[in-house]
Design a protein around this ligand. Structure first.
Ligand code: HEC
Length: 146
């Protein structure tokens, strides 16, 4: 009985933490592990997408040539904390919108880079606004300053 209760509580915590995001970036403390059950494949991919966004932002702001890596197709297949969310039609459409922006950024001429990059960040925000608002505070940091 006790075991069932413990797993039930852990299970609940998984849902509570899945889309929450404590803003840790202004702190000197080591990052908090937000998910006691280990992070989903999708959560890890998202962190990689964020880091890659930061890398591109820095390239743009320092006037370097932008390198766009196309390695985030896994957004469609990575195991999510809440699998039914990632299986929805809505999620798939937002995911395609994001991959499209990434592709546009890759093939477009340099003069369009800034506007397309803002659009890329917007495509992250659109999905998050609709499905997973917690990390939006962090994602906003990707926008180029105007
Ligand atoms: C198609 C919808 C969608 C798009 C597009 C999307 N996300 Fe996410 N994101 C999610 C979902 C769903 C989760 C929750 C993942 C989980 O817990 O399994 C998430 C989680 C996150 C997290 C929290 C990860 C953690 O540490 O738990 C961050 C940060 C994040 N996304 C950043 C981004 C960035 C940056 C982009 C754009 C480059 C982006 N997301 C695009 C749906 C999306």
């Amino acid at each position: 009985m006790k075991i069932y209760l413990t797993s039930f509580i852990l299970f609940l915590m998984l849902f509570v933490f899945a889309c929450s995001d404590v803003d840790q970036s202004n702190s000197d403390l080591p990052p908090i592990q937000p998910n006691p059950n280990g992070d989903s494949e999708l959560a890890l991919l998202m962190r990689e997408m964020f880091d890659d966004g930061m890398r591109m932002k820095e390239q743009i702001e320092s006037g370097d040539k932008l390198e766009v890596l196309a390695k985030f197709e896994k957004i469609h297949t990575a195991q999510a904390t809440e699998p039914e969310k990632a299986a929805s039609k809505k999620y798939k459409l937002y995911a395609d919108a994001y991959l499209n922006m990434l592709e546009q950024l890759k093939v477009s001429s340099e003069k369009d880079t800034e506007i397309l990059f803002q659009g890329l960040v917007e495509s992250c925000m659109n999905c998050h606004r609709a499905m997973c608002p917690g990390p939006m505070v962090r994602i906003k940091k990707l926008y180029l300053k105007k």
